[in-house]
Design a protein around this ligand. Sequence first.
Ligand SMILES: [Ca+2]
Ligand SMILES: [Ca+2]
Ligand SMILES: [Ca+2]
Ligand SMILES: [Ca+2]
Length: 336
Amino acid sequence: MRRLLSGFFLLGLLSACDDGDIIVTTFDFENSNLQFCDGTSKNVFYAVNDNDVFESFSVEFSNSDFSLNENGSIREPGIGDTISFDLNNSNRAVYRIYDTDLPSGNDTYFCSVVPPSSPTVIEEWVSTGGKVVLYPEYNDLAGDSDIDGDDLSNLEENFLEEQDTDGDGIPDYLDIDDDGDNVPTEDERIVNVGDNVNEDGELDTDEDGIPNYLDEDDDNDRVLTRFEVSSEDPDNPSGFSSVGDGTANYLNDEQTAEFIHDEYIPHNITRNYRYVLRIDDLSMGNPDNGETIRFQNYNLGTYAQGGITIPLCPSQDTDCGDDNPDAPDETDEDTN
Ligand SMILES: [Ca+2]
Ligand SMILES: [Ca+2]
Ligand SMILES: [Ca+2]
Ligand SMILES: [Ca+2]
């Protein structure tokens, strides 16, 4: 095991300073995909390597912000919120080498009050100083991602320019209803046999070149699609049809009945993000031999979370956020 450890040191060794300490700026666990568990007395981010050497690197800490909710996610992301804490007696980073691989279900090993007796730890390094910095960032900003699920990629919705067709403060790449007419973009892109399309092949009922999903008056009858509704169902243009063939009024320029209202369909979306974990000025000590390793900025890796609901409100919808009907709130007093 001594040989293994020496090799491990040499890999990351860039320079050595003069008073016995070794300074390294890379490490085998950097940029790992992290796992997370919350035990009764601590939370743990960790990474495991079961290839040539059976080893792990973990960060144990107590912080009430980091407990899993019933959905298995950490908490509402606060993009831009950096969380940091010092490594000390209760918050610590631990590097271990084992005699064999860890059992499946690593959470048990890292988060149990009494860890399993196997595998045996044959080498252990514990932090003697450092500052953990955790920051969340979105993980879905690639050009070919489709954050709002309307089948148009971020790039196709001009996400770099933050295009906002309906001016509701929600850029198109995050907006499930890009023209604000209460018909979801996803639905306004369904082309059936016989439908009019524009030169891009997009549904364009009134053939003005503007696809329905970006057209606030889809049939060009001078009544906005969002108002071609019934008073019983004011936020659903698709549900209002007054002729026998089932065509909704908003797609029929001979029907101009309107109902003025200020209803908006829910705009919440789900997003993927990740926590990036970095440790500044990390020093790791080996109690067995008194050796110390130092790292200036140790980028341990990222912990990814997907499918997190992000509440969004069109700026014109003044009621939005007060009584979200999708929120499980049993105390919500709804007068309807
Ligand atoms: Ca969109
Ligand atoms: Ca729409
Ligand atoms: Ca059109
Ligand atoms: Ca219309």
